[in-house]
Design a protein around this ligand. Structure first.
Ligand code: UFG
Length: 327
């Protein structure tokens, strides 16, 4: 008998990698996506239901049709900068539609939910490593909307018996090591793809958003985690819930921070191309450093981010931008 998992945002960058990982682990993924930012051709390891996450009737119908063992909820607006300039979109897509999805889950008694949360829920932290007890005080609307859904899950779990795992991603990066999926955002705003676009001549130069942060080289430090490692953690989270495990809130990162200049140097070393850049002001909503303490996820889900070193991240992402690795 097929074991379905409904993946909202399953045609997107992270969602499509999750669908592949679920398929490789014996599940049948059902991608539920409105294709506003996702790509139908990224749905290659299961089925596609084209709808908004907030369409209660259609989502409930999909849940009744497939009776999935869990829902993995990835669909969201996910640009920190955009969330500052257009918070309405974030509250509507991430909070309103997210709550409608949870209503559909309750209505159909689909009670296992894995939620894509974010380190953006922590805000600007002073401490070098962020663990799950670090207070969540987000500094941008994106982080706030993710936190609101985490809180709803906690309350729904207490009241309605919903069971959930909230996975707080640090910076998702890289691409499928088999080159079957790549990062395709439009517009592309993330550091590693933008830097690869600069190295390949698709844009003139990378804008570096600030070199005056209180970090070792003045640029922001982030914990980059390979998207396939993230995907595997979702499979482990589904299994945890299927096996009757309780609520978890876990960081998915590596414990290693890399600055913007570290990323540029790695790209230059691996591709032999220079990355032209110019230095601009800080971007609104950007904390100086965000690095995970990932030990809880290692303990609870056996999370092991083995593809998340910067070299593997860059070498799997680069082919998507027409770049080859230096021999
Ligand atoms: N950066 C640049 N120039 C660019 C793009 C990014 O200097 O053109 C810098 C940013 O200032 C930041 C770092 O590179 O310091 C990483 O920026 P990204 O845009 O790649 O990633 P963010 O850290 O802003 O955001 C990502 C995801 C969010 C998630 C967040 C958590 O997009 O969904 O990580 O930190 F919430």
């Amino acid at each position: 008998m097929r074991r379905y998992v409904l993946v909202t945002g399953g045609a997107g960058f992270i969602g499509s990698h999750i669908c592949k990982a679920l398929h490789l682990s014996g599940f049948t993924p059902v991608a539920l996506d409105n294709l506003s930012t996702g790509h139908a051709d990224a749905v290659r390891w299961g089925l596609l239901v084209e709808t908004n996450v907030g369409d209660l009737e259609k989502v409930a119908r999909a849940l009744e049709t497939y009776r999935p063992v869990a829902v993995v909820h990835c669909a969201a607006s996910a640009y920190v900068g955009e969330s500052v300039s257009n918070p309405q979109q974030y509250y509507e897509n991430n909070v309103l539609q997210g709550l409608a999805l949870l209503s559909a889950c309750l209505q159909t008694r689909t009670l296992n939910v894995v939620f894509s949360s974010s380190c953006a829920t922590y805000g600007a932290c002073e401490q070098p490593l962020i663990d799950e007890t670090t207070p969540q005080t987000p500094i941008n609307p994106y982080g706030r909307t993710k936190l609101i859904l985490e809180l709803a899950l906690e309350d729904y779990a207490m009241a309605y018996g919903l069971r959930y795992v909230a996975l707080r991603y640090f910076n998702a990066a890289g691409a499928d090591p088999d080159s079957e999926l790549f990062e395709r955002h439009d517009p592309e705003t993330h550091l590693i793809p933008r830097a690869l676009m600069a190295a390949s001549g698709q844009i003139d130069a990378l804008d570096i958003f600030g070199t005056d942060y209180a970090t070792p080289d003045g640029t922001c430090v982030r914990d980059y985690v390979h998207v396939s490692d993230l995907a595997d953690a979702h499979v482990a989270a589904v299994r945890h819930l299927e096996g009757g495990g309780g609520a978890l809130r876990l960081n998915l990162g590596t414990g290693m921070g890399h600055s913007v200049f570290d990323v540029l140097r790695t790209i230059e070393t691996l591709t032999g191309r220079s990355v032209p850049f110019s230095v601009g002001p800080q971007r609104a909503g950007d904390p100086a450093a965000l690095v995970a303490d990932p030990r809880q996820a290692q303990r609870m889900l056996r999370f092991s981010p083995e593809r998340s070193d910067l070299r593997t991240i860059v070498s799997t992402a680069a082919p998507g931008f027409g770049l080859r690795m230096r021999p």
